[in-house]
Design a protein around this ligand. Sequence first.
Ligand code: AGP
Length: 372
Amino acid sequence: SAAEKGGYDYFMLKEIAEQPKAVADTLLGRIDASGALSLDEVRIPVAELREVDKVVIVACGTAFHAGLIAKYAIEHWTRIPCEVELASEFRYRDPILDARTLVIAISQSGETMDTLMALRHAREQGARVLAVCNTNGSTIPRESDAVLYTHAGPEVAVASTKAFLTQLVACYLVALYLGQVRGTKWGDEIQAVVRDLSRISCEVERVLETMEPVRELARSLASKNTVLFLGRHVGYPVALEGALKLKELAYMHAEGFAAGELKHGPIALIEEDLPVVVVVPSPRGRSVLHDKIVSNIQEIRARGARTIVIAEEGDETVVPYADHLIRIPATPTLLQPLVATVPLQVFACELATARGNEVDQPRNLAKSVTVE
Ligand code: AGP
């Protein structure tokens, strides 16, 4: 009913708007006044967490994309090797797991059969399993050794939005916590990240306030058949997520690529007026990445692409090559997905509406996939 949708036309719009609160709620009570992580709810003994020598993330769909991003944070902050695998592929390749492996199963619903089967397999091999889940008491957390709940609140729209942002936050908390208990790299950088993380929900709010041009752009592309998405580093999984949203909602051919792969094949797809969304990393921090993606934008534009550039405020180098420029607040590189994903959600939702599609219930899809 209209009341359930809180005045919005669709649950998806409501859930996109709820993201600042969902992010803040997921952080609430988990960072103490001194900036230290307090995750007592993760009931895996600290002694065991100190022994972990490998992290394996298993998930499906959007949750898998959250896992791909989490890998960058986990490896960077803890120096523990981290693999990310589609839950549906995981157990069939006879993965190498033991008591020192920490498996993180990410699932909004907590009922996804592929993810459940993957975690059962992991536990049979003696690995510890930590669920990152949005649904209290669901099967995946019940069958895991421990759970860190995302506090997104109920997500009704089939296309996942606020759950994704909170999965990122929860995974960052796990990464920082692992860094903290192991004493690795637990210094100024991590303290700064904790501070930036506490401010991030305001940045998400600011992004939401500037979405009208994105909606207009989406409407103008309603008759297109294909949209490509490019990113590097954490922007690459963001590109995959942008493409998945567009497939699900607009039923358009959408593909995400690592921008560095362009010249290894995908650049052959570029033709006159093809919309290509590019997620640009911050020019501060890892500036090599930034400069490389700016040349990627030039390369595709020279071949006729219509460039839709998502770049942080103050980044002027992209201006000459952007047919459409979407601004996001400046954040540290690893936190950028929390702001860069939001315009892509809005873009897909508006395109679906413009194409007359059912936003909350896309064809052929179910909210939770309880068969393998
Ligand atoms: C996201 O928009 C999808 N509908 C889908 O990919 C989803 O993320 C996936 O099925 C996993 O679901 P879960 O998080 O409930 O396990």
